[in-house]
Design a protein around this ligand. Structure first.
Ligand code: NAP
Length: 396
């Protein structure tokens, strides 16, 4: 008989079929058919490159087996099989004793070896996957407000959803899935699209546990147009919540450096509101570099102006103001390099980067230059910060 080994699998109930894992896998071990995205057990070498890029966490599933599930079996699944009892006798839960070889294998799979992003040590433990594609929850629209000026070139909406008393525990930094109605070109139900919550954990309105989203209307976008056109009282099918690493530290002394573009500001709004509502007196400050084309197209421009400087140091950066040179967040970080260097040198600092994928390179370059100006090689510092759950990137 073969010794038990851990097999890497993908949860078909949670996966949104974005194929990012398939594009990331360096050895083409991930593949898909019309139904599921699956991992080839003959190819996968557990390198973990696909784990951090998955937006839902559906990629981080493991079973300890004596015979691997075949591709055909995985393609046929609507849900993951439970961990089978093996002759090793384990019930394979994450908390099972370590002298249990099956539990030890599963613990190894979940240990985060291989550069998996980590949550801040002081973060609250999030709930994930409460609602799935097969079992979504119905939310009701409480409001849909345009955030950008009428006539601005972008239509960004603030959409508030109520779960009408049904449990939907969500933390700042998590995402939820929206199931647009109707069918896709192949006649199948649409898969969920993910959006970051822009409200704090106790709700858009404190104590009401409603959730807000920040949604930009994309020309031809199925879900963004569906959401932006919703009216008060409409019902929406929701999955999630998702995400267990892009979370804020609960340590009141933690300092937050938030770098975002456009609707990537959604989690930063949630972080700021949570800190504002939490008891005052923490020593940790918040600094934000936020890029948009113009003030008219910067979501929450008006409300942001009302947040006191003692709570949030704001650097609002614009790329398309007529008669003014284009400025990106990374340019302003360089202009403010002493303040950024002070944050980088402080082990209490947590960095959050969210928005356009294209910004990553420029922001990394700015962080490299600034870290090196204080004698810290950025790659080494970033690794320490990642290991300590102090470095977080969510770009699309
Ligand atoms: P956008 O309006 O297209 O761009 C925002 C700003 O970023 C503009 O000033 C733009 O400048 C600038 N920019 C473009 N390339 C850049 C680069 N290489 N480095 C730095 N800045 C750059 O942004 P958006 O359409 O709102 O997109 C935000 C992104 O956030 C999307 O990819 C979205 O998927 C993602 N996101 C959304 C959510 C959500 O909950 N809705 C959550 C997380 C992430 P120019 O265009 O003038 O060059």
């Amino acid at each position: 008989m073969t010794a038990p080994f851990k097999q890497h699998l993908i949860d078909p109930e949670i996966c949104i079929r974005c194929y990012t894992c398939e594009m990331t896998c360096p050895i083409e071990a991930i593949t898909h058919d019309d139904t599921n995205v699956v991992v080839d057990p003959d190819k996968c070498d557990d390198c973990m490159a696909c784990i951090p890029v998955c937006p839902t966490g559906s990629i981080d599933e493991w079973r300890v087996v004596e015979t691997a599930y075949t591709l055909e079996e995985q393609f046929s699944w609507e849900e993951l099989p439970a961990q089978a009892e093996l002759s090793g006798g384990a019930d394979a839960g994450k908390d099972a004793p370590v002298d249990d070889p099956v539990a030890a294998l599963l613990a190894e799979a979940h240990s985060g070896v291989g550069g998996k992003p980590r949550a801040p040590a002081s973060a609250t433990k999030p709930q994930v996957n409460t609602y799935t594609i097969g079992k979504p929850v119905t939310a009701v629209v409480q409001g849909n407000y345009r955030l950008t000026a009428e006539g601005a070139d972008t239509d960004i909406r603030h959409i508030i959803l109520s779960f009408e008393g049904k449990p939907f525990p969500v933390l700042e930094g998590q995402t939820i899935g929206i199931l647009p109605p109707g069918l896709d070109g192949a006649g199948k139900a649409h898969l969920p699209r993910l959006y970051s919550v822009s409200s704090p954990r106790d709700g858009e309105r404190a104590g009401y546990h409603n959730v807000s989203l920040t949604v930009k209307r994309d020309e031809g976008g199925i879900c963004s147009n569906y959401l932006c056109d919703l009216n008060k009282g409409d019902s929406v099918q929701v999955t999630g919540p998702f995400g267990s690493t892009f979370l804020m530290p609960e340590d009141p002394a933690a300092r937050l450096l938030m770098i975002c573009t456009g609707t990537g500001s959604a989690p930063m709004r949630a972080f700021t509101m949570h800190r504002q509502r939490a008891a005052a007196g923490g020593s940790g400050d918040m600094t934000m570099f936020f890029g948009a084309r113009t003030p008219e197209s910067l979501p929450y421009f008006g409300p942001l102006k009302k947040v006191p400087k003692s709570v949030l140091k704001q650097h609002l950066v614009f790329s398309r103001i007529e008669g003014t040179a284009k400025e990106y967040v990374q340019d302003r970080m360089m202009a403010e390099q002493d303040a950024v260097a002070d944050l980088l040198a402080d082990p209490a600092t947590h960095i959050y980067i969210c928005g356009l994928r294209g910004m990553e390179e420029g922001v990394e370059q700015a962080l490299t230059n600034i870290a090196e100006s204080i004698g810290q090689p950025w790659i080494a510092l970033r690794e320490v910060m990642r290991e300590e759950g102090r470095y977080h990137v969510e770009t699309y």
